[in-house]
Design a protein around this ligand. Structure first.
Ligand code: SAM
Length: 357
């Protein structure tokens, strides 16, 4: 009796080990750019599995560096991988990988903060965009292990794009998997009334269902120890997978939600009333903030971390601006977001006109 063992066909021909690859292409991590490479292929494969990459999927990887995660994605059978890398030193190593991947890997030397992944996919004929409300996500993913100082602005850019169904989210509810400094990863997923709840928790949970991956409830299992990176960062790392919500909690413009949440968390130790008052000109701030809280049935003496995303969404929807006149425009503090004011403005602002104009 011989037990038949079915083996997956190799998805990549043999390549030099990652460590040798780095020596071959003389790739030294630049501390100043917070570059830390993931050298353990077991971990890179685990990230790719957690992201849910399957045979035939399209993947955009942001900040591939020497390509550890990229290898994992190609091994998982992705049919098209677009990598966006800002540092030219990594391009020859990525080209080596691209030759091995026989046409599946496409390299873009660009800044991820200025690149529209959706455009790259559409220009190349993304095959299977799905309807936003479909239960099944489209067969596409955005994945990245970026420097921490890029990951935070990037998640805000991506949440804004999700809320507008722009960028990669023109193709449907594409899941996003990114690494963060563990503390930030925990904040992103932080539940109501938790000390680590912050502005970023509300924004992430307003538009997505963020989950710390590898998490089976044991905190040690949710992290990648800093020692798995070369050079090791001073902090541990958490991987968060964001699945866009079919129906985001908020229907107000992203800028309004962001501004309101920012103001409330600016005074996180104080009552929500204090943050809300800063949205209005001083002479009417007290009345308007009380009125708003009454409308959404939120106690003025609750604090930022005790409110759920639905309550923030309701506050954003009720935060009606003042009837706008030229006088009131002049007196508005910068706290009121311009697009919101414009949306309710009876005067059409001319091109380039700023709120203060
Ligand atoms: N993903 C690789 C890994 O896990 O080993 C490299 C990780 S390293 C922390 C971050 C990578 O992102 C570097 O290769 C860096 O050059 C790249 N990067 C940093 N800022 C970027 C940006 N704005 N756009 C594109 N790539 C960026």
């Amino acid at each position: 009796y011989v037990k038949a063992v079915w083996k997956m066909p190799p998805r990549l021909p043999p390549l030099p080990a990652l460590r040798d690859f780095i020596h071959l292409y003389k790739l030294r991590a630049k501390k100043i750019l917070s570059q830390n490479f993931l050298m353990d292929m077991n971990i890179t494969r685990k990230i790719v599995r957690a992201a849910g990459v399957r045979d035939g999927d399209w993947v955009c990887e942001v900040g591939p560096g020497p390509g550890g995660i990229t290898r994992g994605i190609l091994e998982a059978g992705a049919s098209r991988v677009d990598v966006i890398e800002i540092d030219h030193r990594f391009i020859p190593a990525l080209q080596h990988l691209s030759e091995a991947a026989e046409g599946r890997l496409h390299i873009h030397r660009a800044d991820v903060l200025k690149t529209c992944v959706g455009e790259v996919w559409r220009e190349n004929g993304f095959p299977s965009a799905s309807h936003w409300l479909d239960d099944r996500a489209p067969p596409a993913h955005v994945i990245g292990n970026l420097p921490f100082n890029i990951a935070s602005p990037l998640i805000i850019k991506y949440l804004r794009e999700m809320s507008n169904r722009a960028g990669p989210w023109t193709c449907g509810r594409v899941p996003l998997t990114l690494t963060f400094q563990l503390e930030v990863a925990r904040r992103l997923c932080s539940p109501i009334d938790n000390e680590s709840r912050s502005r970023i928790s509300i924004m992430a949970q307003m538009y997505t269902d963020p989950r710390l991956v590898f998490s089976e409830g044991i905190s040690a299992a949710t992290i990648i120890p800093g020692a798995c990176f070369v050079p090791p960062p001073k902090v541990d790392v958490g991987v968060v997978r964001f699945v866009p919500r079919a129906v985001p909690a908020a229907s107000s413009p992203f800028e309004v939600v962001e501004k309101l949440v920012r103001q409330v968390f600016h005074y996180r130790q104080k009552y929500v009333l204090k943050g809300l008052k800063t949205l209005y000109p001083e002479e009417i701030a007290e009345d308007r903030a009380h009125e708003l809280l009454r409308e959404v049935r939120v106690s003025p003496s609750t604090t930022s971390i005790r409110l759920g995303v639905e309550e923030y969404a309701a506050m954003a929807a009720s935060a009606r601006p003042l009837p706008i006149t030229l006088d009131s425009l002049a007196s508005l503090p910068n706290a009121v977001p311009a697009p919101y004011a414009y949306a309710h403005c009876s005067i059409m602002p001319s091109e380039g006109m700023r709120l203060r104009d």
